[in-house]
Ligand binder design. Structure first.
Ligand SMILES: Nc1nc2c(ncn2[C@@H]2O[C@H](COP(=O)(O)OP(=O)(O)O)[C@@H](O)[C@H]2O)c(=O)[nH]1
Ligand SMILES: [Mg+2]
Length: 300
């Protein structure tokens, strides 16, 4: 299994070099001049941390400088580390899975990595001793259910799929009944990323949430976001947050991009924690996100 800090460091390799190359010029200066502050700002923005989050970080660091808490370059480096960790710790709390069964809706736009992530999470919770039921709720794409069925077979997980075009909320209703009857702990639901009918995607997701809640079932929503979409991902995330609420974010494809700085913006601007990171296309390529380890990886 690869659920370790080592692989987070490896997955962040491209992001790390993006930070490192730019930081080298900031931290090679001998004193805290206006130029250092300008370089730091530029560095954070070009590393995909985003304008608003960069301003938050610099505001905090400047405040510390005014109070005399940061006096030289080493102090700035230390302060930057702390501020970056603080951005990632926004809204952090354990993802409670104590109620049985709990429904986890995995949402996000097409291509973000939802189906792959559902398989990875299924494996993760299965290995943690949970009884996991997968639900192929992306009934709008011809291959949607088939792709998840293949993963389920590979991983030895149970999977419920419907006909193409079937009502995803009705499918979830059946899945909940089945989970109750057969004692599943976690009902992991893949969802559509776009809908080809008059129905709006967000309405469809809201309907699924409502189905579970009316049966007194706890629902958690995890947003899957492709790291390589960078700052555009923030706008996507906001749309989902406003429609269905978010209990956490899974950032995929960190292995293939230098845009991992976007994780700081995602957590800071949405107030929702990054819980897992996708580090490749295989079922084990999922890492439990650790803010401290991630910051250490990108700054060292
Ligand atoms: N490199 C890499 N590829 C990924 C990751 N997660 C998903 N993918 C790939 O992204 C593509 C889209 O994934 P899929 O799960 O079908 O996305 P969906 O449309 O949101 O369900 C597939 O080729 C996956 O193998 C990841 O963490 N790293
Ligand atoms: Mg899919």
């Amino acid at each position: 299994m690869s659920f370790s800090i080592g692989s987070l460091r490896q997955a962040a390799a491209k992001t790390r070099s993006a930070f490192r190359d730019r930081l080298a010029s900031v931290f090679s200066k001998s004193e805290l001049s206006a130029e250092v502050w300008d370089d730091l700002e530029e560095m954070l923005i070009t590393a995909d941390v985003g304008v608003s989050t960069t301003e938050n970080i610099l505001g905090e660091l400047r405040g510390r400088e005014r109070k005399g808490q940061i006096r030289e370059i080493d102090g700035l480096r230390e302060g930057l580390h702390q501020e970056l960790v603080a951005r990632l710790n926004q809204g952090i709390s354990a993802l409670a899975l104590d109620d049985q069964p709990v429904v986890i809706l995995v949402v996000g736009f097409n291509g973000a990595g939802k189906t792959t992530t559902v398989a990875k999470l299924g494996r993760y919770w299965q290995q943690a001793g949970k009884r996991v039921l997968l639900v192929a709720g992306d009934t709008f794409r011809a291959a949607g259910g088939e792709q998840l069925n293949i993963w389920a077979e590979r991983l030895g997980l149970q999977c419920i799929a419907g006909q193409r075009g079937a009502d995803a909320a009705a499918l979830l209703f059946d899945a909940i009944a089945s989970a109750r009857a057969r004692g599943f702990d976690v009902v992991l639901v893949d969802t559509a990323g776009r809908i080809h009918t008059k129905t709006n995607l967000m309405d469809e997701l809201g309907k699924m949430r409502g189905i579970a809640q009316r049966q007194q079932i706890e629902v958690r929503t995890l947003l899957v976001l492709d790291a390589s979409t960078g700052q555009n991902g923030i706008a996507q995330a906001r749309a989902f947050r406003d429609a269905v609420g978010l209990d956490g974010i899974v950032v995929t494809k960190l292995d293939g991009t230098a845009k991992g700085g976007v994780l700081f913006a995602v957590a800071d601007e949405l107030g929702a924690p990054v819980r897992f990171v996708g580090t490749g296309e295989q079922p084990d390529d999922l890492v439990v996100f650790d803010p401290e380890a991630f910051v250490t990886a990108v700054l060292e």
